[in-house]
Design a protein around this ligand. Structure first.
Ligand SMILES: Nc1ncnc2c1ncn2[C@@H]1O[C@H](COP(=O)(O)OP(=O)(O)OP(=O)(O)O)[C@@H](O)[C@H]1O
Length: 248
C-alpha cells in the first residue's frame, strides 16, 4: 500500500445547475478517521463520490485531491450506501471482483481472513439475494477491506447492522484501516464519537469542527467523554440553528 495522503476539497458543487454546496473547505488528515455528519441531502455522499472520481452529473468548481499531489485514482476504495453487489456473483465473487477486474489473482488466504473478520466465512458461496440486509452490508464492507487502499471512503457502512454486530464491525474496521485516510459519512452521533479523530458537521453554512477527546479510536462507547460528545452532536444535528454554540 502507498502512504496514506491527506485530502482537500475546496470549492462549490451543483447538480444540473442546482447548487449543492458553496465555498466548502474540507481538509481530511492523513492516516486518520474523519467523520462527516449532517442533514440528509446536504451533499455528504457527493463529497465521497467526488474524491472517488464517480460524481457523474456533478459540476465541481474548485480544487480537490490528495495533498501529496499524486492522482487519487487507484488509491481509493469507496463503500457506497447502496451495496452494489452483483446478483449473479457469490459473496466470494463479489468480494474479489476488484482484483479480478484488474486482471489480478485474488489472494485466497486474504479472502478467507476478510470473510472470517466480517463473519461471512460460512456464506462465501451464497448469492446476494439469499443474504439479509446486514449480511449484504458486511459483504460490501469485506469487498472494501479486500481492496487494501490508502484512502477509504465509507458511506454509512454500518447502518443496516444490529447493535452488537455494529459495535464489532466498527472495532474490526478501525483496526483493519489503522493508518489509512478514512472519510466516514454517518448519521449516527455515537458512531462518530467513537470513531472520529476528526468530526465535522456539514450544514448550509459550511463545515463545523467538533474536537473529539484525545486518545486512540475506537473509544469505549460508555466513556463519559464519548457520551458527552455524542450528546453534543445529537443536539447540534437536532437543531435548525446551525450557529448554536459551541461550533460557531
Ligand atoms: N443524480 C442526481 N441528480 C440530481 N440530483 C442529485 C443526484 N444525486 C443526488 N442529487 C441531489 O444532490 C443532493 C445531495 O445528495 P447527497 O446524496 O450527496 O446527500 P447526502 O448528504 O449524502 O444525503 P443522505 O444523508 O440522505 O445520504 C440531494 O439534494 C440529492 O437530491
Amino acid at each position: 500500500m502507498t502512504p496514506a495522503p491527506s485530502l482537500h476539497l475546496h470549492g462549490s458543487a451543483a447538480f444540473a445547475g442546482t447548487p449543492l454546496f458553496h465555498a466548502l473547505a474540507l481538509e481530511v488528515p492523513a492516516g486518520r478517521w474523519t467523520c462527516l455528519l449532517g442533514p440528509s441531502g446536504i451533499g455528504k455522499s457527493t463529497i465521497l463520490r467526488l474524491f472517488a472520481g464517480l460524481a457523474e452529473g456533478v459540476r465541481f468548481t474548485g480544487r480537490m485531491g490528495a495533498d501529496d499531489g499524486a492522482p487519487l485514482a487507484g488509491r481509493v476504495a469507496l463503500m457506497a450506501q447502496d451495496d452494489l453487489l452483483l446478483p449473479w456473483l457469490s459473496v466470494a465473487g463479489n468480494v474479489t471482483l476488484g482484483a479480478r477486474l484488474r486482471g489480478e489473482t485474488p489472494d485466497p488466504a486474504r479472502l478467507a481472513r476478510v470473510l472470517a473478520q466480517v463473519g461471512l466465512d460460512t456464506l462465501a458461496a451464497r448469492h446476494p439475494a439469499a443474504l439479509s440486509g446486514g449480511q449484504r452490508q458486511r459483504a460490501a464492507l469485506a469487498r472494501t477491506l479486500m481492496e487494501d487502499r490508502a484512502v477509504v471512503l465509507l458511506d454509512e457502512p454500518f447502518s443496516a447492522l444490529d447493535a452488537r454486530t455494529r459495535a464489532r464491525m466498527q472495532e474490526l474496521t478501525a483496526a483493519s484501516l489503522a493508518g489509512r485516510t478514512v472519510l466516514l459519512v454517518t448519521h449516527d452521533p455515537g458512531e462518530a464519537a467513537r470513531l472520529g479523530h476528526r468530526i465535522l458537521v456539514m450544514t448550509e453554512t459550511g463545515l463545523h469542527d467538533l474536537p473529539p477527546p484525545p486518545g486512540p479510536v475506537p473509544r469505549p462507547a460508555g466513556d463519559p467523554q464519548t457520551l458527552t460528545l455524542q450528546a453534543r452532536l445529537l443536539d447540534i444535528l437536532r437543531t435548525d440553528d446551525t450557529c448554536a454554540p459551541p461550533i460557531c
